[in-house]
Design a protein around this ligand. Structure first.
Ligand SMILES: Cc1cc2nc3c(=O)[nH]c(=O)nc-3n(C[C@H](O)[C@H](O)[C@H](O)COP(=O)(O)O)c2cc1C
Length: 396
């Protein structure tokens, strides 16, 4: 399986990219990440916001599905609540990033510089300095969920303004010759609108998407976890990311998409690609499961593509996006109906399906299950609640 891909003219040995997190901060962790097999690594964001450079503001709260703090084994569907920040000043970044670039080049890993500034002139100046250092690509972080930290105009608060975002992206694109990816915030009414506006000013690539701001609380102690609002994510975020990737891909404005937020497995990476992503970034999972998770993710990705008879993983791109039926053309949705194994249903005393049918299509008469085909919408609830596995669904 050929895993390699091209993104904005830059070759990646595979589409899996380590997202911008604290992983690239310590030299030893960066080295592990480089050796993990990832196609690219996005550096921790550089900022001019002093409040975000403060030491000791990084705090993590990882919960399981029942909202219990995780200790030891990382569950499949974790929630990663983080008060991140702890970004890097450009001066500090320049002390170590040159070495990282050299190491990345030796390993064939694409190192992408990340910027999250408050002042327009610094977005431009940092981009130029990163280009001069030899970065082959930049990611502009318009999504970090702690935007309030710099008097209002940072991260998602900038990313929510089409005007400010386009103004800064335009200035950066004019100042540098390397490809620029704009990392979008989902905290807007319509991500496709901002993506469309960026495409109009000549942007070539977007990251879909950064995280949301959330709140985790402790009802017993009556305390907000980590002190208050902070970034939240985890594998449960995948459907929201996929929807936004597919919408932007289907928007037809030719933007290359780096998907992300919620990817945990190789199969997830394949799904992000099938919705339209060319690259897929993974942050939380690599922080929690370690860079050693990458080889499993890559082999599962290759297996998924192989299982479809593909030769190149690139061929996964867009395969699902094109099949999506939107609310605009609901008439194209094929009709569905449920079928019951009536013998099994007769033996079932509970007949929970009758009580969970909200369309009045199911009833029970002397222990026999009756279905009114006119009323059945094919919603599928009966299949999900049936304790016997006696219900199947088919398209008509
Ligand atoms: C601890 C932590 C620190 C992060 N720092 C940054 C950052 O400096 N810049 C940035 O653009 N995104 C940052 N992110 C967001 C990630 O790059 C990524 O977009 C997000 O976590 C969603 O992807 P995931 O579900 O794979 O984690 C951070 C995320 C975490 C969990």
């Amino acid at each position: 399986m050929d895993l390699s891909t091209e993104f904005c003219g830059v070759r990646f040995q595979n589409p899996v990219v380590a997202a911008s997190t604290d992983m690239s901060r310590a030299a030893a962790r960066f080295e592990e990440l480089l050796n993990s097999g990832v196609g690219g690594i996005i550096t921790k964001s550089v900022t001019d916001a002093a409040a975000l450079q403060a030491k000791g503001i990084a705090r993590f709260d990882i919960r399981d599905q029942d909202q219990k703090p995780v200790s030891g084994e990382i569950p499949k569907n974790y929630t990663f609540f983080s008060r991140g920040g702890s970004m890097v000043s450009m001066e500090r970044f320049e002390e170590y990033a040159g070495d990282q670039l050299e190491q990345a080049r030796e390993r064939g890993v694409v190192l992408i510089g990340s910027i999250s500034a408050a002042k327009k002139e610094n977005w431009v100046a940092y981009a130029k300095r990163m280009e001069a250092m030899g970065f082959p690509m930049l990611e502009l972080n318009f999504g970090n969920p702690h935007g309030e930290a710099a008097g209002g105009k940072l991260g998602f608060l900038l990313g929510q303004s089409e005007e400010l975002c386009c103004d800064i992206v335009g200035a950066v694109m004019q100042a540098v010759g390397i490809p620029v990816i704009v990392k979008l915030t989902p905290q807007v009414a319509d991500m496709t609108a901002i993506a469309g506006a960026l495409a109009k000013i000549g942007a070539k690539a977007v990251t879909v998407m950064h995280r949301y701001q959330g709140l985790v609380v402790d009802a017993e102690t009556e305390e907000p976890s980590l002190g208050g609002f902070a970034a939240i994510g985890g594998p449960w975020m995948k459907p929201i990311a996929l929807a936004n990737i597919a919408k932007i891909y289907r928007g037809g404005n030719g933007l290359s998409i780096c998907g992300g937020n919620g990817a945990d497995t190789g199969r997830d990476v394949a799904e992000y690609m099938m919705c339209g992503a060319s690259l897929v970034q993974i942050g939380s999972t690599l922080m929690l499961r370690g860079p050693e998770a990458v080889s499993g993710i890559l082999s599962e990705l290759a297996e998924t593509a192989e299982g479809k008879g593909l030769k190149r993983v690139d061929e996964l791109r867009g395969r699902i996006a094109d099949k999506i039926v939107t609310y605009k053309n609901l008439g194209e949705l094929p009709a569905r109906e449920s079928h019951m194994d009536l013998e099994q249903c007769e033996a079932c005393e509970e007949k929970i399906c009758v009580r969970r049918c909200y369309f009045g299509a199911l009833s029970a008469e002397n222990g026999r299950l009756e279905k009114d085909g006119e009323l059945c919408t094919g919603c599928g609830m009966c299949r999900h609640v049936c304790p016997k596995g006696a219900v199947t669904l088919s398209y008509i």
